[in-house]
Ligand binder design. Structure first.
Ligand SMILES: [Cu+2]
Length: 131
């Protein structure tokens, strides 16, 4: 009786362990939420942009970035505008009045990438993207 109980417990334990491992894998690979699967993918570059009373900050601030690095533009605005990322492919985001609007993208091609506000007619950020 004891050996039988022992075997069942082991099988149960083994089953739990296998289930645990199987469940952990897809969770892990889906974690970053983008197509970059390199284990040492760089952390997101976060840039805060403020539009208030027709004034825009920053003004053409330079940042270094890497190909595939997530870039997040966080916008506080009192006006509607259009955020335009001059990358290939380009990205256009609609800015509305409000705080903490998050626009996320990554750049696939190395080079200079200007991020503009079309209505304010300002370049807020230039990304220097390296391979
Ligand atoms: Cu533009």
């Amino acid at each position: 009786m004891a050996p039988l109980w022992h075997r069942c417990a082991l099988a149960l334990l083994g089953g739990l362990l296998v289930a645990g491992c199987a469940a952990a894998d897809p969770e892990h690979t889906a974690e970053p939420g983008n197509s970059v699967t390199a284990p040492d993918a760089p952390a997101a570059l976060v840039v805060e942009v403020r539009i208030a009373g027709g004034q825009v900050t920053p003004a053409d601030q330079r940042f270094d970035a890497k190909v595939g690095q997530p870039v997040e533009i966080v916008v506080d605005s009192d006006a509607e505008d259009e955020l335009h990322v001059h990358a290939a492919p380009q990205h256009t985001f609609a800015v509305t009045p409000g705080a903490g609007q998050r626009f996320r993208f990554s750049v696939d091609v190395p080079g200079r990438v200007e991020v503009e506000l079309h209505h304010a007619d300002r370049t807020v950020v230039t990304l220097l993207v390296r391979a």
